[in-house]
Design a protein around this ligand. Structure first.
Ligand SMILES: Nc1nc2c(ncn2[C@@H]2O[C@H](COP(=O)(O)OP(=O)(O)OP(=O)(O)O)[C@@H](O)[C@H]2O)c(=O)[nH]1
Ligand SMILES: [Mg+2]
Length: 344
């Protein structure tokens, strides 16, 4: 966080500000959310899952024009977070997760903190290589059951015309596949401790057979051939109804921000604690070393004293037993012997 920038007065901001890394990682988006009167829905998910195509379809269904930045392709396509008003919501497109582009994933993860509703768009293969990134955002959703009732978290299984059965030639089998995909996803989410209502999982083909692709100005009739089975209608109805719960959704978003800040603070405390424990271990080891060296020295002194005593006694005894009788003659001899003993 730049020093000159004051911490805003939102309750969560003070907590985020304790850790500059936390602050930088999502506070700007959280701040944007606070200032937005519209309910914000963020499309989030693996790259190429069909997020931008879904956004385009929603705009067409709403009679809105398609902005320049909304591009679609079979490669990695969206690189920045962009948003647009749609009825009384703000829809936000994000770069795709995965494929080794960490900066895109980071941008998308940050954007997720600026969402009232996270709309996770997954291909028919569901969660594959991006499980860690999806789990990292879901951990702030994992505690409360609030999103089950207020739709803070919704899932879209996209491109369902590619799920393995033709909706035109084998409709029953197509419907069965969709049901089983939804169950598979619910089961997978259960494993991640995310319990969503079945009605929060949608299966759609936003652009059946990829016919529209990057066309700049498709009309609603371009999508007519898939309307019976493409699942868009039910998603549109649900999205339009979201703003009824605007206050509750916003309150849940704030709680997630609190939770993320707490999780981050806990992580950085854990790192500091680990560092302090390591310093303590090194210090204790050093003190033990000094203690052992002191003990060795004391033993050595005691040993030297005994040996010196013995040698002095031996030298004195040798003088006593010698033939010298004059006391004056004893002194230099004694001094010389002691000198030899002490320097030995
Ligand atoms: N068959 C089929 N293809 C689709 C559908 N929706 C999107 N596609 C195709 O899937 C590819 C990826 O679509 P995008 O909308 O660009 O995907 P994205 O998730 O925005 O991709 P990134 O921006 O790279 O993350 C494009 O070739 C689309 O034409 C669909 O419902 N059915
Ligand atoms: Mg895109």
């Amino acid at each position: 966080m730049p020093e000159s920038r004051p911490v805003p007065e939102y309750p969560w901001a003070k907590l985020c500000a304790l850790n500059p890394a936390t602050y930088a990682s999502f506070a700007p988006e959280a701040e944007e959310l606070e200032q937005d009167p519209l309910t914000r829905v963020t499309l989030f998910g693996p790259y190429d899952s069909g997020k931008s195509s879904l956004l385009k379809r929603l705009l067409v269904e709403g009679g809105c024009s398609i902005p320049e930045w909304l591009t679609v392709s079979a490669r990695r396509e969206t690189f920045e977070v962009e948003s647009i008003e749609w009825f009384d919501l703000r829809l936000q497109d994000t770069p795709g997760l995965g494929g080794g582009a960490q900066s895109h994933s980071d941008t998308a993860l940050q954007a997720a903190f600026g969402a009232d509703v996270l709309l996770i768009v997954l291909p028919p293969q569901l969660i594959t290589g991006e499980v860690d990134q999806i789990r990292s955002i879901l951990q702030v959703y994992s505690e409360a059951s609030e999103f089950a009732s207020f739709r803070s978290l919704m899932f879209v299984i996209s491109r369902v015309d590619e799920a393995g059965a033709s909706p035109d030639d084998a409709r029953d089998e197509f419907e069965r596949r969709i049901q089983s995909k939804k169950q598979e996803l619910a089961h997978l989410l259960d494993g991640l401790q995310i319990h969503v209502k079945p009605s929060s999982i949608f299966a759609v083909a936003a652009d059946p057979y990829g016919m529209v692709g990057d066309l700049r100005t498709p009309s609603a009739t371009f999508y007519d051939s898939g309307r019976e089975w493409d699942g868009i209608n039910s998603l549109v109805t649900t999205l339009k109804g979201l703003s009824r719960d605007r206050a509750t959704l916003r309150e849940s978003a704030r709680r997630r921000i609190w939770r993320a800040a707490l999780l981050d603070a806990g992580e950085s405390l854990k790192v500091s604690l680990d560092e302090a424990s390591e310093q303590l271990r090194v210090q204790t080891e050093r003190e033990r070393m000094f203690e052992r060296a002191g003990e060795d020295m004391s033993e050595c002194f005691a040993d030297c004293r005994i040996r010196l005593n013995t040698q002095v006694v031996q030298q004195v005894e040798s003088l006593v037993s010698s033939s010298i009788t004059e006391l004056e003659a004893v002194r230099p001899l004694l001094e010389q012997k002691l000198k030899v003993t002490l320097t030995a």
